[in-house]
Design a protein around this ligand. Sequence first.
Ligand SMILES: *[C@@H]1O[C@H](CO)[C@@H](O)[C@H](O)[C@H]1NC(C)=O
Ligand SMILES: *[C@@H]1O[C@H](CO)[C@@H](O)[C@H](O)[C@H]1NC(C)=O
Length: 392
Amino acid sequence: MADIGLLGSITLTLCFFVLESVPHQAQPEDPSLDGLCSSSITIHGYKCQELQVTTEDGYILSLQRIPQGRTEVGDSETKKQPVIIQHGVLVDGMAWLLNPPEQNLPLILADNGFDVWIVNGRGTRYSRKHISLDPSKPAYWNWCWDDMVTYDLPAIFNYVSHQTGQKINYVGHSLGTLIALASFTEGKLVNQLKSAALLSPVAYLSHMKTVLGVVVANAFIGEIMVKSGMPEFDPKGLPVIEVIKFLCLQPGVDCADVFTAITGDNCCLNSSTVNRFMVHEPQPTSTKNVVHLSQTVRSGVLAKFDNGQVSPPIYNLSNIPHNLPLFISYGGEDALSDVDDVKNLLDHLKFHDADKLSVQFIKDYAHADYVMGMNAKDKVYNAVIAFFKNRF
Ligand SMILES: *[C@@H]1O[C@H](CO)[C@@H](O)[C@H](O)[C@H]1NC(C)=O
Ligand SMILES: *[C@@H]1O[C@H](CO)[C@@H](O)[C@H](O)[C@H]1NC(C)=O
């Protein structure tokens, strides 16, 4: 970890740096980018529908539905169990589709008889529309993950529930687990949910070993960017690239392999997949969301966004209904979802009904293995499928 004495000077230097950098120009949207169906799903022989869901606060999210397996004929979608798949921060739904098809979670679920719905989070490539706001303007980016709890997940669950009339299974990775857990603490989604699989679960971040993340949090980079009028945190945009380059030059921060520095020592990634990842990901989020995550790193509690006025309300994990079927899988090499933080989470679930909680530990897995691991089907996804097929 970087030396704390250093952080003050990094912060100061960054203030000057950020203030002098050019305002971020939103990249023009490529109209040929229709969505994931044509680029990543129908090319493998699966049916796929592009859908849009509008949240109560006006964000238009793109969803892809894979209603059936590749070799299925006819329209047998009526009796299938729906699964919503929610990616983590700084990626979009494509992260689940970068491996050869027989290794990709959405396609594996479809082939196993599920009706699959892939979410693309607000602000990412396919979900940058709003009923009135424009992503080139700050107002569009005035949200953090609390808003995904309040607006995005309810909108998506209501939509899928309405379309299918079935109880829903949920797969979340990383931030996708955080927003689900936070929702469950408030009794949200639980009536529509059949079961949830949480991969690389995040509720606490105080043991995070991601050096870059720790430095960003402790040097208040997000806060500085907000103050400097950079509401969009685009990892491929010039200001963020420059900040990362700068941080990587600091003693104690080794960014020789930024991907590993952020996600941990992944055991099982195919280098062609990582190359594809670098082309299609990472994806933007709001700087305010980075600030909120930084607060979670620094404070060690799961709370709402701290606007600096009153201490923010917490999401109390003890309030998660004890009979909610939960599958949790965590990796021994995960630098973001650290083993000690997951143990803290599990400690809060110690009164959960034993037959409704299934916990899996994979010693050599890190953060990205859960999404792109070549062997994730055997290690994780088959167990998720078995869990979803339980009657409960
Ligand atoms: C790695 O990815 C390439 C390109 O998609 C694929 O041809 C190859 O089979 C993959 N290797 C493994 C071990 O899955
Ligand atoms: C969380 O909820 C539990 C059970 O309702 C309660 O005992 C505990 O004090 C709460 N924790 C906080 C920090 O409010």
